[in-house]
Every structure is written in C-alpha cells, then in structure tokens.
Ligand binder design. Structure first.
Ligand code: SAH
Length: 282
C-alpha cells in the first residue's frame, strides 16, 4: 500500500474486526487500486496531460486501449510535465475487456446520455463509494474514458457497471479528456483523504454489507457469463441475434445492477450448463 496520511501507524488489526471498533485513522483503500483507462486516444498531448493529472492526484495505473497516436512524443512528454514515468509505464491493450479484466467495478465516463439509460453517478458519488468498493484489498476500480472525437461507444458503455457524468452545462457538456480525468481523479483523492480520518461509520455501505461470504465477480467473470448466456438464449430460440432488440443490453444492465458475487456467477453458469445439456439431449 502506498504511504497515506496515516502511513506511520502500524496496522495491528485482526482482519475481520469491524471498522467501527477502530480508534486509529487508517486509509480504507489504496489509490493503487484505481486504474485510469483511455480508449482510442488520438492526441499524444492529451495522454501526457492525463499522466500529469493522475500524478498530481497520486494515481499511478494507466491503461491505454488501442491508442490512435504515438505515445511518447515531444508533445506528450511536455504535457506530462515530469510525470513521464506514467507515460512510459502505461500498459497497452487491444480491447477494453483486456484492460479491465480484473476490475471488480468498471465505471465509464460519459459526456452525454445514451439511448438506453444506465445507472449514472456524479464524480462525488463515485468517490464516496470507493472506501466500500475497495475495502477488500483485492477490489479494483477501473475508470474508463473515451475518444476525443466520439467518446465511448454504446457497446463500451454497456460493459460498465455505472456511468459517471461531470455535471456540466447541458448545452456544452464535453470536457477535454485530461480535464475530465482531472475532475474524476480529484474526487477519488478527496475520498481517499476523507477515508483516512477516524469515523464511526463502519463498512455497512460495502457493496454487499459487512461480512459477505464471496468477493464481487470480476469483469472477466461477468463477460464470460454474458457470452454463455447469449449462447444459451440463442440455442433455445429465445434470442435472435439478427433481431437483438437490445435484449443483451437490457440483460447486461440488469446483472450489472445486481453486482453478482463469484459464487452467484458460478450458480448462474451452472444453470446455463444444465440447460445446454438438456437441449443437447433433445
Ligand atoms: N465528443 C465526445 C466527448 C469526448 S471528450 C462525445 O460527445 O462523447 C473525451 C472523454 O472525456 C469522453 O469520452 C469522456 O470519457 C470524458 N468526458 C468529457 N466530458 C465529460 C463529462 N461531462 N462527464 C464525464 N466524462 C466526460
């Protein structure tokens, strides 16, 4: 864990002790559990400026999905203003799924609302949810940002649990990419600082309440489930991929809203396998 405001204090707590018993301030999560994901960026200067914004806020994990420009140029290095290590260390991925496979929460940043409404939060609400989302050190939150010219596609947005919208003037809603990262990262930092202060609140706000028995399913678990579900719905004749009528998008929205844990996903996969077995023997 990166040193926080309470880094000089030794954490002696037994793992399961409820947070409300704590007398000592302790950051509830690490900023290293956050990843910024940029999809299809086309200006090197914007990538540099994102690195600077991230480093200012203490974030260090940058993932680039199918960038449409060179990464290390004089422009990006100048705009990184000393945050070159992030530029050089950024991971590269072909697809969004690969960049967020291990994430337990995926949030897409969007300047506008789309045809199918999706759970939408403000950057502040996102920050406030982080201590609970990341109380488990295995928790990972991916914050996904789109292309300068066209944002995120509907398909990409439908791979996210929530969307975050910076409440701009509706007549002029699109921020520069690095400015959008700055605002969201700032709220994450404020939440991280607030989590370091002693609180009586406890972790009742955790995604599933306290003492849940299984961790949240990862993005990768969920995507494999959606692929399996679509296969079975097609095989049974319920779903016609030629006339999809937003069926899979609506089912995605339902399951992503429910935040299934790993055990629940295994049960759902088991049900699908049983259906497959039965239709194969028909
Ligand atoms: N022209 C694009 C916006 C591109 S801005 C469009 O109309 O969709 C580049 C990225 O910055 C966006 O994809 C989004 O991830 C982020 N962004 C810009 N303005 C935002 C806002 N008001 N709220 C949340 N994210 C925003």
């Amino acid at each position: 864990m990166r040193p926080g405001p309470a880094a000089d204090m030794v954490d002696w707590r037994p793992f399961s002790l409820p947070r409300r018993c704590l007398a000592m301030p302790q950051p509830a999560f690490s900023l290293d559990q956050l990843r910024i994901v940029l999809i299809g960026t086309s200006h090197p200067g914007n990538i540099g400026a994102v690195c600077r914004a991230m480093k200012n806020m203490g974030l260090g994990d940058l993932a680039l999905v199918a960038p449409r420009c060179e990464i290390q140029t004089s422009d990006s290095i100048a705009r990184a203003s000393g945050a070159d290590a992030l530029l050089i260390g950024a991971s590269r991925h072909e697809t969004l799924d690969a960049a967020v496979a291990d994430a337990t929460l995926v949030v897409g940043a969007s300047a506008r609302s789309r045809t199918l409404p999706w759970p939408m939060i403000t950057p502040r609400a996102l920050g406030e949810s982080l201590p609970a989302e990341l109380a488990d050190p295995q928790g990972r939150v991916a914050l996904v940002f789109g292309r300068e010219d066209s944002g995120l596609t509907n398909a990409e947005l439908q791979h996210c649990h929530h969307h975050v919208h910076i409440p701009t003037d509706p007549d002029f809603s699109s921020l520069n990419l690095a400015a959008a990262v700055q605002v969201v990262a700032y709220e994450c930092r404020l939440a991280w600082l607030a989590a370091a202060e002693p609180t009586e609140a406890g972790s009742e706000a955790a995604p599933f309440g306290i003492d849940w028995d299984h961790p949240p399913a990862s993005h990768d678990d969920l995507e494999r489930y959606f692929a399996h579900l679509e296969r079975v719905l097609t095989d049974t004749g319920f779903h016609d991929p030629q006339r999809p009528r937003q069926l899979m998008a609506r089912l995605r929205r339902l399951y992503l809203r429910a935040r299934p844990d790993t055990q629940e996903i295994s049960i759902l996969r088991g049900i699908l396998s049983a259906v497959e077995k039965r239709i194969a023997g028909r």
